[in-house]
Design a protein around this ligand. Structure first.
Ligand code: HEC
Length: 123
């Protein structure tokens, strides 16, 4: 009788211990997921910001003078490298003297470009 009781108590403790390990693991998992969502969110936010720049400072002209290269939220990531070359390396774009990028806009484009280059799935 006494032994059965001891076994029962040990059993209960064992169950409690396993449960708390599970709880701990699911908290860890939850934290990882939250981080993943947060970084996805930042990626998306940087793309939306960059798109606004592309729309205002690039598409305005491309709509008329380079229709094949009108940037959208969907097609912009594969263009990131080209945009980097034209804007930061060769400094050919934005073309002409009328349209200029502010230093904040340069920074925001760069933030998006580096995340677009880093992410393979084009989030
Ligand atoms: C005032 C007009 C105008 C503006 C503003 C402009 N573009 Fe262009 N862009 C052109 C024209 C015209 C071409 C095609 C002829 C050429 O390459 O010069 C072109 C071509 C390009 C190309 C392809 C070049 C190549 O040879 O591969 C890229 C990439 C590009 N633009 C990016 C941009 C980006 C990014 C911006 C904004 C930051 C921008 N453009 C702003 C007129 C413009």
């Amino acid at each position: 009788m006494m032994i059965t009781l001891v076994k029962l108590i040990i059993g209960i403790f064992a169950i409690l211990a396993v449960n708390s390990i599970n709880t701990y693991e699911s908290i860890e998992e939850y934290n990882e997921l939250t981080e993943l969502y947060a970084s996805n969110y930042t990626l998306k936010a940087s793309r939306v910001k960059a798109f606004q720049i592309l729309e205002n400072k690039c598409n305005v002209c491309h709509y008329k003078r380079n229709k094949r290269r009108v940037f959208t939220l969907e097609n912009m990531n594969p263009w990131a490298n080209d945009i980097y070359n034209q804007v930061f390396i060769k400094k050919r774009m934005p073309k002409g003297k009328k349209i200029k990028l502010t230093s904040k806009e340069y920074q925001e484009l760069l933030t998006w470009i580096s995340s677009a280059k880093a992410s393979t799935n084009g989030i």
